[in-house]
Design a protein around this ligand. Sequence first.
Ligand SMILES: [Fe+2]
Length: 277
Amino acid sequence: MLKTLQRRSLSNDGPIETAPKFELKPPPYPLNALEPIISQQTLEYHWGKHHRAYVDNLNKQIAGTDLEGKSLEEIIVISYNKGDILPAFNNAAQAWNHEFFWESIKPGGGGKPSGDLLKQIERDFGSFEKLIDELKIAATTQFGSGWAWLAYKENRLDVGNAENPLASEADKKLIVVKSPNAVNPLVWGYYPLLTIDVWEHAYYLDFQNRRPDYISHFLEKLVSWEAVSSRLEQAKVLIAEKEKEDERKKREEEEELLTGGSRAQVYPYSDAEGIVE
Ligand SMILES: [Fe+2]
């Protein structure tokens, strides 16, 4: 995700001061590479102006605050503040969402995934076509500005930060969700795999008010299922590491409890021997 760089600036006194700064990363293809579906003009505005403004504003907004020096993901989760959104949230989440969006698509994308990803889709949605239907519904019915997502949800029904974590969903499965404005599934503890930007700035120059057409073209011709597949693999690795760590902590606590328990039995014995006052 967005890299934190060291910003170098000369103060009037001479010494170089440094402060963390997020960098605007370009899409991994030329700005005209998504034509004719998404025009170069759209990319020039969408990436060159909108995305840039989120990153620039975030850097200004967090300078000198407690959020400076934190990762972008940390800033997003902290500033979401259980739905009672703090000022930095919108720029932070939009900076993250857009970089993730550019890397969700590629020239000559679309088609159908294969391998483990396809198996997982078929297990969780019944078929690839049903997943596409769900994504289309989420993206077209998001009222106003926002995002549609495919995400992976681990075994966590007690997501502390969630305003509405859809707690009735089964565990460790793919889900489709939509989110308003800048909100993304990181705030619910999900692992985002794919996103569709349904802000008007994403499609209006090319499709005007025909959002459903934009979504169909996006899914049929642009999605990088390779990116989705590698994100799913990463999510599973991270979850497995986390579970291993949780297991290790649990074992340590149990051992601690056991040791504490034997001590409790030693003391009365020592006491009886007159060793302890
Ligand atoms: Fe956007």
